[in-house]
Design a protein around this ligand. Structure first.
Ligand code: DSN
Length: 426
């Protein structure tokens, strides 16, 4: 296609310079529709968040171009002087934010970050002690369908059936029995505070390395409302886009003694060229997360989640571990005549976006489940308060009472929209 240059000459092959709206109206319309969907609904997905304009600007910048395999001052390409500075800025900010000795900002996301951590600390075939997926763990913590379950000998720990909190007696017993090289702590659906020191004690008893996966709670740790694993874990992995509110991406923090092994596991073992636009956006995110405003945000996320939990308990719902200390909660539906999947679908019809979740003592398939997970990071980023959470709890209860009534769900959808319109647009 012939393209007009700035001087007006028609030149074949020059890159298009039209904005997305004119260059690709079909895709532009889809993006606008999804943006409107976000603005007019209540996003309660615990792992999603709305990054700042500055983060998105860095993400969409020409930093997308550069190939820079290697690390700052040790690259395989020319033209890297400035991106070296970008990556160094991101590294230094990550170290300062979390108080870590070493940071690798190149992981493409949380799963590759975990893979790099395991390969840096152990050989394939080593024994890995991780939380059972259905009890709140992550696929990469040893699920048989993930690389972790295929490449490592997995032993799973669970929550205590009575308290629905981590069963440290079992963790210790399994560790003594199986002598794992790796112990993984940190979860996708666990609503209570994690006792890092207790994991360190067990790891020390059996000579295991401790990996803390704080993908979900990184923003709470940075904001000072959840204890930090940095003093206890050998390696800490995280994503940057959940409570931390940055770009989609991963981050590894570790003690200096593991720095070389971590860096080599990320590149060249697992990844190729780092995504510099993503790394630039991570640098912005780490700067934002170091501010008093972000601390206030993190505290509000937890307060909002506790207000939502209170509202749901008052409405008669059962919650995993009876409530929450962090940004998420899980509604248990064993006492209801519908599954997590059915409830999540009805909630979406009413404009409340959640994700189904397995629960301790799960009796249904992961595609059905007996729970629904709610989180407050995204709504809090839009300015939601505890009062909004109390209304949200009422709406959730009304959906449960009207699951099969399309007209009632449509009426509830209008109430949800009213609530959503009170918040910052997306
Ligand atoms: N899929 C993410 C979550 O929703 O928790 C974890 O990777």
């Amino acid at each position: 296609m012939a393209i007009q240059t700035r001087q007006g000459a028609s030149v074949a092959g020059v890159r298009p310079v039209e904005p997305l709206r004119t260059e690709d109206p079909d895709l532009w319309r889809l993006i606008q529709r999804d943006r409107r969907r976000h603005t007019l609904t209540l996003n309660c997905i615990a792992s999603e968040n709305y990054a700042s304009r500055a983060v998105l600007e860095a993400l969409a910048s020409h930093m997308n171009v550069k190939y820079a395999e290697g690390y700052p001052r040790a690259r395989y390409y020319q033209g890297v002087g400035i991106v070296d500075d970008v990556e160094t800025l991101a590294i230094e900010r990550a170290k300062a934010l979390f108080g870590a000795e070493h940071a690798n900002v190149q992981p493409y996301s949380g799963s590759p970050a975990n893979m790099a951590a395991y390969f840096a600390l152990a050989e394939p075939g080593a024994t890995l002690l991780g939380m059972e997926l259905s009890h709140g763990g992550h696929l990469t913590h040893g699920s048989p369908v993930s690389f972790s379950g295929k490449l490592f000998r997995v032993v799973s720990y669970h929550v205590d059936p009575a308290t629905e909190q981590i069963d440290f007696d079992e963790v210790e017993r399994l560790a003594r029995e199986h002598r794992p090289q790796l112990i993984v702590a940190g979860y996708s659906a666990y609503p209570r505070t994690i006792d890092w020191a207790a994991f360190r004690r067990v790891a020390d008893q059996v000579g295991a390395r401790l990996v803390a996966d704080i993908a979900h709670i990184a923003g709470l740790v940075a904001g000072g409302v959840h204890p930090s694993p940095i003093p206890y874990a050998d390696v800490v992995t995280t994503t940057t886009h959940k409570t931390l509110r940055g770009p989609r991406g991963g981050l590894i923090l570790c003690r200096q003694e593991h720095a070389r092994a971590i860096d080599r596991a990320v590149f060249p073992m697992l990844q190729g060229g780092p995504h510099l636009s993503q790394i630039a956006a991570k640098a912005v995110c780490f700067k934002e997360a170091a501010t008093p405003e972000f601390q206030a945000y993190a505290a509000a996320v937890v307060r909002n989640c506790q207000a939502l939990a209170e509202g749901l308990l008052q409405a008669g719902f059962q919650l995993w571990a009876g409530g929450t200390d962090n940004h998420l909660l899980v509604v248990k539906l064993l006492d209801r005549p519908f599954t997590g999947a059915e409830f999540a679908r009805a909630l979406e019809t009413a404009g409340i976006i959640t994700s189904k979740s397995t629960i301790p003592g799960e009796t249904r398939k992961p595609t059905q489940t007996s729970g629904v997970r709610f989180g407050t990071p995204a709504l809090t980023s839009r300015g939601a308060t505890e009062a909004h959470m109390r209304t949200l709890a009422e709406l959730v209860a009304a959906v449960a009472d009207n699951l099969q009534d399309a007209a009632a769900l449509a009426r509830l959808r209008r109430r949800t929209e009213e609530l959503a319109r009170e918040l910052q647009p997306v």
